[in-house]
Design a protein around this ligand. Structure first.
Ligand SMILES: Nc1ncnc2c1ncn2[C@@H]1O[C@H](COP(=O)(O)OP(=O)(O)OP(=O)(O)O)[C@@H](O)[C@H]1O
Ligand SMILES: [Mg+2]
Length: 363
């Protein structure tokens, strides 16, 4: 069985590492032969365009991806070669435009921050009238890790913030004063079977995920609500694989920030912290295999590190710490790896937190 993966970054790498023990070989399509996934996969090092699809697709059982911007011609090429793409196009097409994503969620009755489309100065003022200040501008296409976003706190800053987000094709959202951010990661099998991990708590710094606590304390009462939104989204999309939903918690209610049709940074802790990780379960699902257990193994925390490689010997000297470098070059703000600590109790985990945080660079 050979699984194709579009993209050989850290998600492709961790998928490939999880596939190996299942006897699933992996072929990654990434223009860089020395990409992060190259430690565990055969790399198909060609530009991602339709001319090469037939060669990439030869002999694949199924194909999945680590990013959402997949050219339609590549989707068609895979179809022509008879290789199923999982999750299907409906899942990532909805992510090409943040406005369409919000509209889809609204049509399913899933609560989001109030929003409006903005294309010029008049639209920006109208949005501020309707949504109030502060508000958040997000470019509708192409943003990630908080890029292409601006928080507008006063009317005088509307024009410059709009320009900073591209001037048009912008989504305005009410600024939500949430108590905390949580996310749900879940998996749906080819046969419609479903499993979810418990809600986890996410802390962002500079618009980028800094750490995830698994499970989120006191979130059991929110789990059913989160799973109901997850199931209706998965059903609508005919979803196969792992899907993540980021929520804002406001009182006892959840509001969706966004979803990600793939394995997600807030699920990395599951490599050590769950019976079957999000990566293993994604591989199982897209290959049509039975799902693994999402039961917790104790309490975990995951830290991302940016810009500079962590000092390996220092991290490994911390009891219960697990290092995951992505073997990528150092560059300011670039996610280079993560560190997970798994303990039997929340108290033991929290005792390691302060010790671990300085070992996770943020540059
Ligand atoms: N409407 C909002 N109100 C308050 N905070 C917000 C709002 N939208 C986004 N944020 C904050 O900014 C963070 C990043 O926003 P969002 O998830 O939309 O961006 P992103 O670029 O897709 O990030 P990533 O790719 O890392 O998930 C959120 O996790 C949250 O902390
Ligand atoms: Mg996000």
């Amino acid at each position: 069985m050979i699984l194709g993966i579009l993209g050989g970054g850290q998600l492709g790498r961790m998928l490939a590492l999880a596939a190996a023990p299942l006897g699933v070989r992996v072929r990654v399509w990434d223009p860089d032969a020395r990409c992060s996934a190259s430690c565990a996969a055969e790399i198909f090092a060609r530009p991602l365009d339709a001319a090469h699809v037939a060669d990439f697709a030869a002999g694949l059982t199924a194909c999945t991806y680590e990013f959402e911007h997949i050219p339609h011609a590549v989707v068609e090429g895979l179809e022509h070669a008879g290789v199923p793409l999982r999750p299907g196009e409906a899942a990532f097409a909805a992510k090409h435009d943040r406005l369409r994503e919000k509209e889809l969620l609204t049509s399913l009755g899933i609560p989001t921050a109030p929003f409006a489309a903005v294309d010029d100065a008049a639209g920006a003022h109208a949005a501020a009238q309707r949504l109030g200040l502060p508000l958040v501008f997000k470019s509708r296409r192409g943003g990630y890790d908080g890029k292409g976003q601006a928080v507008v706190r006063e009317a005088g800053a509307l024009a410059t913030s709009l320009a900073a987000c591209g001037g048009r094709d912008v989504l305005a959202e009410a600024f939500i004063r949430f108590e905390r951010e949580v996310s749900l990661v879940a998996v749906r099998g080819l046969d419609g079977s479903f499993a979810a991990w418990p809600l986890v708590e996410n802390l962002h710094r500079d618009g980028i995920l800094r750490r995830t606590l698994a499970p989120a304390a006191g979130a059991a009462a929110l789990q059913a609500q989160a799973e109901a939104h997850m199931r209706s989204l998965m059903q609508h999309l005919g979803y196969v694989g792992v899907l993540a939903i980021e929520f804002f918690q406001v009182g006892g209610a959840l509001m969706v920030n966004e979803f990600a049709p793939r394995v997600h940074n807030s699920g990395h802790w599951s490599i050590e912290g769950s019976e079957a990780s999000q990566f293993e379960n994604h591989v199982r699902a897209v290959c049509g295999l039975p799902l693994g257990s999402t039961a917790l193994r104790g309490h975990s925390v995951m830290f991302n590190y940016l810009g500079r490689e962590a000092v390996r010997a220092a991290v490994l000297a911390v009891p219960d710490a697990h290092l995951h470098t992505y073997a990528k070059g150092e560059r300011p703000r670039r996610k280079l790896g993560h560190i997970t600590v798994r303990c039997d109790s929340a108290a033991a985990r929290d005792a390691v937190l302060a010790q671990l945080e300085p070992l996770a660079p943020w540059e």
